[in-house]
Design a protein around this ligand. Structure first.
Ligand SMILES: [Mn+2]
Length: 356
């Protein structure tokens, strides 16, 4: 048996064991839920639940927000997918452990909707699609791109939005290409300390610093309608991305930065990719290539909330490498960013529903 088929078997087994978990906030209040005696951790109004385990972050099976683990896309609004791949890094590896760590942190952060005004798990069908794109051997990068493309295409074709947890910054290749098949050429909003705009020399040297170049060069992304935000390193910008440096953005109010981004992308379908190293290492030390001088979680979150109203079709969150951060602040920050990205996807869905 080939290793790849074993890993597929393990992935399917993991999905099968997670199949029975419930969804935070999805069920209406029941007598059983009220009688369970569960004490909401926030002290505030928490969604009702059948078991105490749904309230307590350390208990139960950690799918993202305890969403149902399934690849059945019927009626799904947002699919959350993991890509535990980190073979494209140039510095410290470890982002393959990101999806599981962010899922676990999501159980804590997912208990709170603040500062967003409503609970999207009550209005939308959200699933945890499981992990795809992992593998070993010489073709691992090609296989990851092929497999993520295939699954992302299934998700987009079903009409659902896609939120993906990486993995290193090689993972957008297949995801954004699949988004273009359904929505046409996209504008990229790319939060990062690096531009990731190195050439892969025609696909021969694909790594986590080449997707922004390659996707724009092939026409999947319109660089002129795209923004790279919180950048604080130097790379070539041959395709003409709009760069908003951290040094400029952090002297402005977050809503001004958001307005600048909105003006750049206009009415285009938007794909958001968020490298956790966009945040200052004080908020996210657990990443392969940290760069000092970035925003706090609060500043980044406020910029994201300022993007409400855009047509966001897909998003990803990459480069979380939990082992460099024994405090766990990185995964908490990542779960908070994930929450904001999920709300932006939800906002796009709700706007589209309003129009219909
Ligand atoms: Mn990056």
């Amino acid at each position: 048996m080939k290793i790849r088929s074993i890993s597929k078997f393990l992935a399917i087994s993991a999905l099968a064991t997670g199949a029975a978990v419930g969804t935070i906030g999805a069920a209406p209040a029941t007598a059983a839920g009220q009688a369970s005696g569960a004490i909401p951790l926030s002290g505030g109004k928490l969604p009702p639940s059948k078991t105490t385990g749904d309230y307590l972050a350390y208990a139960g099976i950690p799918t993202f927000w305890r969403a149902q683990s399934t690849q059945n896309l019927v009626g799904v609004d947002i699919a959350v997918m993991g890509v535990p791949y980190d073979i494209g890094v140039t510095n410290r590896s470890g982002a393959r452990l990101g999806p599981r760590a962010v899922r676990e942190a999501s159980l804590h952060v997912g208990n709170f909707q603040h500062p967003w005004k409503h609970n999207i798990t009550e209005s939308l069908k959200i699933i945890d699609y499981g992990d795809v794109g992992m593998g070993v051997g010489g073709d691992a990068t090609k296989n990851m791109i092929d497999e993520t493309y295939k699954h992302a295409k299934k998700v987009f074709s079903s009409g659902a939005k896609l939120f993906t947890i990486g993995g290193d910054h090689t993972i957008p290749y297949g995801l954004v290409r699949a988004a273009k098949e359904t929505y046409g050429q996209v504008a990229l909003i790319h939060f990062d300390s690096h531009q990731d705009s190195m050439t892969s020399n025609g696909g021969k040297e694909i790594f986590h610093g080449s997707f922004a170049h390659d996707l724009a060069e092939e026409g999947t992304v319109n660089a002129r309608k795209s923004a790279q935000v919180f950048i604080r390193t130097d790379m070539p910008n041959e395709l003409g991305y709009n760069i908003i440096y951290a040094h400029d953005a952090l002297y402005q109010k977050p809503d001004q930065v958001a307005k600048q981004i909105r003006n750049i992308v206009g009415e285009m379908p938007v794909y958001i990719t968020f490298d956790i190293d966009a945040l200052d290492p004080a908020s996210a030390p657990g990443t392969g290539t940290p760069v000092p001088g970035g925003p706090s979680t609060f500043q980044a979150s406020e910029v994201l909330r300022g993007l409400v109203g855009l047509n966001v079709v897909g998003a990803d969150l990459v480069e979380v490498a939990p082992m460099y951060d024994p405090s766990g602040v990185t995964t908490l920050s990542a779960a908070a960013v994930a929450r904001d990205l999920m709300y932006l996807l939800a906002d796009s869905i709700e706007k589209a529903n309003d129009r219909n």
